[in-house]
Design a protein around this ligand. Structure first.
Ligand code: NAP
Length: 321
């Protein structure tokens, strides 16, 4: 059967797929243009897209009747119209895995980098500014005994909370749509979002992007935070209203932010708010590398391939969303 993959992906599991099916991969560079995506996926039985590809009703109509599965190469699936897929009985899967740990590790790295001003001081060193030890130089914040607020205690939120607790000695306050039995840990507690925002020292976002979580953090929520608060977003860009974040950072309403994802992620070059943020010292920005480890990417490929092989052999998907 014909399988189309919208980007070169790492991992040995791809070879398994190629042994059995006819696999075509978009060679790049960059994101596959929409018209080529629609042309290449017409008549395929399975597609492995990235989160940069919009899988809407037009896509499902043009893909045709052979399409059985869209195996998204991501944990999030906000790029896929699930109703349109299910109307045509097309399975949609994602890649939940140990990559939760990879995203959690990046989150902790960002918290430490921001609290100890590592990126700022590295830049300053490279500019040749250092002459001698100075007791007031790049003063940061301690984390031990402080409180982290986890917004969304799913796979990644839980892994982050565990690391913050065990490695950094932080207390944990979390919010989600319901309380979690796995969070019945000494030093951990559930709170509603406004209370969490007003009392914690570090806020880390781990919710999926949905109509309910879009702009979950805007001016009103930023105003609730402590002036010393650190905000981390490794979930999805539109969960934060970036214009409001810029105002909070430039006015030093909060200590700083570190973000791996962007409100207008495929249009940053034309995004004036984003350009303004790049000039601020109290923000760290990484290029959506939450799951960018060799191990996580190998496993994502394995999971996507497993889902494709399972569905194409007539069985239910392993990781349906
Ligand atoms: P998950 O296991 O599904 O957990 C999501 C959590 O969000 C759950 O605790 C859920 O609460 C909570 N939630 C959902 N809607 C909410 C709302 N309206 N208010 C409060 N809490 C809400 O997801 P995950 O695997 O941890 O991944 C989280 C997100 O991270 C993904 O959706 C993806 O967008 C992002 N991600 C980013 C990267 C990256 O490279 N930066 C990599 C992987 C994933 P309930 O359980 O109570 O519903």
């Amino acid at each position: 059967m014909k399988i189309f993959i919208t980007r070169q992906i790492p991992g040995k599991a791809l070879e398994e797929l190629k042994k059995i099916h006819e696999v075509e991969i978009w060679p790049g560079p960059g994101i596959i243009p929409r018209d080529i995506l629609l042309k290449k996926t017409a008549g395929t039985s399975a597609v492995i897209p990235m989160l940069t590809e919009k899988m809407d009703s037009e896509f499902f109509d043009k893909a045709g009747p052979d399409l059985k599965i869209v195996a998204n190469y991501a944990v999030g699936f906000d790029n896929i119209d699930l109703d349109a897929a299910s109307q045509k009985n097309i399975a949609v899967t994602n890649t939940p895995s140990h990559l939760g740990d990879s995203v959690a590790e990046l989150t902790i790295a960002l918290i430490l980098a921001l609290s100890r001003r590592i990126v700022e001081s590295d830049k300053w060193m490279r500019e040749g500014n250092y002459t001698a030890w100075d007791p007031s130089l790049f003063l940061g914040l301690d984390l031990s005994e402080k409180t982290i607020g986890i917004v969304g205690l799913g796979t990644i939120g839980l892994a982050t909370a565990r690391l913050a607790d065990s490695v950094l000695g932080m207390k944990v306050v979390y919010t989600a749509r319901s309380e979690k039995p796995e969070a019945a840990v000494p030093g951990w507690r559930f709170e509603k979002l406004p209370q969490l925002l007003s009392e914690v020292d570090v806020i880390s976002l781990h919710v999926p992007l949905t109509p309910k979580t879009r702009h979950m953090i805007g001016k009103d929520q930023l105003d609730l935070m402590k002036p010393s608060a650190i905000l981390i977003n490794t979930s999805r860009g539109p969960v934060i209203n970036e214009a409001a974040l810029y105002e909070a950072l430039v006015n030093r309403r909060i200590w700083g932010a570190a973000i791996d994802v962007y409100e207008n992620e495929t249009g940053l070059a034309d995004d004036s708010t984003w350009w303004k943020m790049t000039k601020l010292p109290n923000i760290i920005m990484t290029p959506h590398i939450g799951s960018a480890t060799i191990e996580a990417r190998e496993e994502m490929t394995k999971i996507a391939v497993e889902n494709v092989l399972t569905v194409l052999s007539g069985k239910p998907p392993v990781n349906p969303v």
